[in-house]
Design a protein around this ligand. Structure first.
Ligand code: FE2
Length: 280
């Protein structure tokens, strides 16, 4: 437990000072991630008809086909297939049942509560920095895991995903193949993550929570030539849109953004169904 607390406080202070943080997973999460990536290789090798059996795009759940999402503009889709698990959907029996026949789904369900605990703890450390009396954030409903699966060797484009910032509070991202780059001082650098490391990036909503004090980290995915496949796992951290937090600090002009509305609008920016649909 001490390790966990140390990881959290060092991630929060590194986020504040450097604009991003890298955390090292413990043995439990490392094992779960091994299962996620093994499950992803097996799942994405299945035929399209088989994969679409696990698709519920209207609630952001399960499989989405190649190019369904975009980062910069709609005519340059992300060159990947994806599979998501939304924490709030875990109580739906029809999607919980997928775990019986889908090891990727099973592994994501094991990973989700670990990520939510980590996210809540880091956000709580940030809250103490900005507003000790401020609203706590509960990430365990509207946050989601997303596995992006690329086949770089088949692609013509240099950028498999264009530069963008995420419309969430935080994004936790890990991959065991190269390609991820993020922007520091106007230049893109390769992320170079070890297999047990996770990059934590602030998103646009955290910027609104902190009166602009924390800037979103811009990132993109570059093609590594001759790489047959590339899998990355993201945990996109959203506040509860049914009980949204008030910003910890007002913006420079004194305004206080509506976090619920901003979260819903951001979720629709990249071609996906609205996170608001999950509240119904
Ligand atoms: Fe992103």
């Amino acid at each position: 437990m001490k390790d966990f607390a140390n990881q959290v406080s060092s991630a929060a202070s590194t986020l504040l000072h450097s604009g991003y943080a890298v955390i090292r997973t413990g043995p439990l999460l490392k094992m779960v991630l091994d299962d996620v990536f093994d499950g992803a290789d097996a799942f994405f090798a299945r035929g399209l008809a088989e994969k679409t059996r696990y698709a519920r795009p209207e609630i952001l759940e399960g499989y989405r086909g190649y190019g369904a999402e975009f980062s910069g503009s709609v005519d340059r889709p992300d060159l990947n297939e994806t599979f998501s698990l939304v924490l709030r959907n875990m109580i739906r029996p029809e999607v919980a049942d997928w775990a019986r026949t889908n090891p990727l789904r099973r592994a994501l369900a094991a990973a989700a509560p670990i990520y939510a605990e980590l996210a809540d703890a880091i956000l709580d450390d940030l809250r103490r920095h900005f507003a000790p009396e401020g609203d706590r954030i509960a990430s365990a409903k509207f946050s989601y895991l997303q596995l992006n699966y690329y086949r770089p060797g088949r692609e013509e484009r240099e950028l498999l995903q264009d530069a963008h910032e995420d419309g969430h509070l935080l994004t936790f991202v890990t991959s065991r193949q190269p390609g991820l780059e993020f922007e520091v001082d106007g230049r893109f650098e390769p992320a170079r993550l070890a297999p047990d490391e996770i990059l934590v990036m602030p998103g646009g909503i955290l910027s609104l929570m902190t009166g602009g004090a924390m800037a979103p980290l811009v990132h993109r995915v570059r093609k590594a030539p001759d790489l047959p496949r590339r899998a990355s796992l993201m945990f996109f951290v959203n506040a509860d849109v049914m009980a949204p937090p008030r910003p910890w600090r007002p913006m420079a002009d004194g305004s206080c953004p509506d976090i619920r509305q901003a979260t819903i609008e951001s979720s629709q920016m990249f071609g996906l169904a609205s996170i608001g649909a999950l509240a119904e």
